[in-house]
Design a protein around this ligand. Structure first.
Ligand SMILES: Cc1ncc(COP(=O)(O)OP(=O)(O)O)c(N)n1
Ligand SMILES: Cc1nc(C(=O)O)sc1CCOP(=O)(O)O
Length: 653
């Protein structure tokens, strides 16, 4: 008999302990889970004697066979042989795979637990059919787990398998295990699909399924729980619905070809969407910039709310706004609130901007970043060079520079290897291509937009990468210009999702529009004769943000043919006193628009030439992230952030 074609998607691993099963009958619970759609069952019983194991295994096998679902026996090759079920699952301390294969023959399924690259390699070589990779997150179901490897540990093993020469490694099935439940399944699946823009194949391995114990066996309604988990596995999370490309589309034609360079015409709709929809910009930002951020949001046509209370985040998330999480002055309590808000916005698909202020400065901040990254998904991550390098590390990436110093440039170090001192950006020793490579690699892995700010901003969504040369040095001399760019991006993303014309465009174009609005406003403000330095720059900058927004509305109106200052529609709404002042000062907006001042360079070919070194072992950060998730009880932020000793943040652009 040939090996069955196995669907690994929802892999039920049973548990007979009272803590999970209670007084219920194992067979009945498994029956209900089968009704709910689990696709594979493993009988795992660590305490019963052999007679009982065989008796129970037979009962379960009957139930599974009735639904054409394979039954796997944990640890015990003898029991599997005796009842002639479909296979076994073997841990590192169990019978070795090659011996099991000899006993069971080629038609049986053999799974192996792995938590390291070498274990994965050996399991493939010895003929395993699938790998149970774990422990993903710590779980009370199994207290003696050997190593909590977190998302990054699983990513490394998947990546390792995908770059092996042999098809056996590349094609072996994989599930992950440990702490998986309905609240994290979609995020896990999303995070473990990590296309590699620099891989010849364009796409790297992802998991074929999730192995679950307590979320089904401990449920009072195993059928409903299995149905729900099945649904979640096959449904993209709310936050990813506008992402592209899908895994299938990426394999046929390369998704990494760059789109045409944006033009004022293509960017204008997203500029207009903010005043049109007046989106909410929900700021969980640092103490230093709250006032400034609110003023900036108002000036671009958004509606700011500076709520740091996680308990009201779900109400706010339902108002279709955008959230900014800014770590500038994060405390343990703030992190706890951030996690609540991240979950609320992810739950409804609302955009979130992460501004990891000062993430490279201290261990506490790196931990905080790990905590946030493990809490959910961010539409955009923006930061200066050292902050983005810290994000790379939290994402399990480390880089070796071959262009500049030849040194290791993994996360947290400022300026190509030095320690970030404050939260200011410091100097850089990375070349533009190195920055582009790093930004593209993270964006591709996280499937979001990553923006590294600096004299030249670099942004990428993993497919398209741009360098933006607009802006003015005064932005780097005032407090909060980086933070308030985050606020501006949140409003733009929210407006894009509310706008029929912009909704389908990729987030990178929305972020690009935001940067251009922001930085061309800075250029304009700085050029005024009334501006003598950073002090006079600030009010002029707020004015200019406002004026550019008004001019864009007028320009669009003129383009549509209305042409006069008293036109109806959008123009009527925004033609207030300040608007008229703006127009008097900058007449002749038709037919040209300030967007024509954009200095955007598409970075079409970023070489792979040894820029990246992906670590093969687990980093301390991986363990930290895994630890943060394991304690998931939401009260855990407190202890983790003890010892925060960084002065209140001043964020320089
Ligand atoms: C799918 C899957 N993956 C991993 C395990 C763990 O197996 P093992 O290492 O043998 O540990 P115990 O289950 O025996 O505690 C598994 N059972 N299933
Ligand atoms: C059986 C098992 N093996 C693990 C490993 O890491 O090898 S973790 C685990 C228990 C998973 O239980 P739950 O889904 O309730 O978290």
């Amino acid at each position: 008999m040939g090996k069955p074609d196995v669907d690994y998607s929802i892999y039920l691993v049973t548990d007979s302990t009272e803590a999970i099963l209670g007084k219920r009958d194992l067979g009945k619970v498994v029956e209900q889970a089968l009704e709910g759609g689990v696709t594979l069952v493993q009988y795992r019983d660590k305490t019963s004697d052999t007679g009982h194991l065989i008796y129970t295994a037979r009962t379960l096998h009957r139930a599974c066979k009735a639904r054409n679902i394979p039954l796997i026996i944990n640890d015990r090759v003898d029991v599997a042989l005796e009842i002639d079920c479909e296979g076994v699952h073997l841990g590192q301390d169990d019978m070795d795979i090659a011996s099991a294969r000899r006993l069971l023959g080629p038609s049986k399924i053999i799974g192996a637990t792995v938590s390291t690259l070498s274990q994965a390699r050996i399991a493939v070589d010895r003929g395993a059919d699938y790998l149970g990779i774990g422990t993903l997150y710590a779980t009370s179901t199994k207290k003696n787990t050997k190593e909590i490897i977190g998302i990054n540990g699983i990513r490394k093993i998947l990546h390792f398998l995908s770059v092996q020469e042999d098809a056996a490694a590349r094609e072996i099935k994989t599930v992950c295990i440990g702490g998986i439940n309905a609240s994290n399944l979609q995020l896990i699946k999303h995070q473990l699909y990590a296309p590699d823009p620099f891989s010849q194949r364009g796409i790297t391995k992802t998991i074929d399924g999730v192995a679950i114990v307590s979320a089904i066996m401990g449920s009072l309604t195993p059928k409903a729980s299995s149905e729900h988990l099945t649904h979640l596995f096959h449904t993209p999370p709310p936050f990813s619905t506008i992402l592209s490309p899908s895994p299938s589309s990426s394999s046929s034609s390369s998704p990494y070809t760059n789109k045409p360079t944006p033009t004022p015409t293509t960017l204008l709709p997203s500029i207009l969407s903010v005043p049109t929809h007046n989106p909410l910009s929900h700021n969980m930002t640092n103490l230093v910039v709250q006032n400034f951020a609110a003023s900036i949001a108002l000036s671009i046509g958004a509606s700011p709310i500076m709520s740091t209370n996680g308990l009201e985040a779900s109400d706010l998330a339902n108002l279709h706004g955008g959230l900014v999480i800014n770590m500038g002055t994060a405390t343990p309590e703030a992190l706890h609130n951030h996690r609540l808000a991240i979950r609320a916005y992810n739950g409804v698909g609302g955009p979130i901007v992460l501004d990891p202020v000062g993430a490279g400065a201290t261990g506490a901040r790196r931990e905080a970043l790990g905590f946030l990254v493990a809490s959910g998904w961010f539409s955009v991550v923006k930061g200066n060079e050292s902050e983005i390098l810290a994000v790379a590390q939290a994402s399990g990436l480390s880089f070796t520079s071959s262009y500049s110093s030849g040194s290791r440039i993994s996360g947290g170090g400022g300026g190509g290897g030095g320690q970030q001192r404050g939260v200011d950006s410091g100097s850089s020793s990375l070349s533009l291509l190195e920055k582009a490579y790093i930004v593209k690699k993270i964006a591709s892995r996280e499937r979001n937009v990553v923006l590294m700010t600096g004299a030249v901003d670099v942004l990428s969504d993993g497919h398209t990468t741009y360098a933006v040369r607009n802006g003015h040095a005064y932005l780097g001399m005032i407090t909060g210009s980086g933070c308030t760019l985050g606020t501006t991006i949140s409003a733009y993303l929210a407006a894009a999702r509310m706008d029929r014309k912009v909704r389908r465009q990729s987030d990178i174009n929305t972020v690009l529009s935001t940067i251009l609005h922001y930085e061309i406003a800075a250029e304009r403000a700085a050029s005024l004769s009334s501006v003598h330095g950073p002090g006079t720059f600030v009010p002029a900058f707020i004015d200019a943000l406002y004026q550019l927004r008004v001019e864009a509305v007028r320009y669009a109106d003129a383009e549509r043919g209305a042409g006069d200052d008293d036109a109806d529609g959008d123009i009527e709404t925004y033609a207030d006193e300040g608007c008229k002042a703006g127009v008097r000062r900058y007449p002749g907006t038709k037919p040209s628009l300030w967007l024509e001042a954009m200095r955007v360079e598409p970075l079409n070919s970023i070489p792979d030439a040894g820029l990246l070194h992906e670590e093969v072992g687990l980093t301390d950060m991986d363990r930290e992230i895994a630890y943060e998730v394991k304690t998931d009880a939401d009260a855990d932020a407190d202890a983790d952030m003890e010892g925060e000793d960084v002065p209140e943040a001043e964020k320089y652009y």
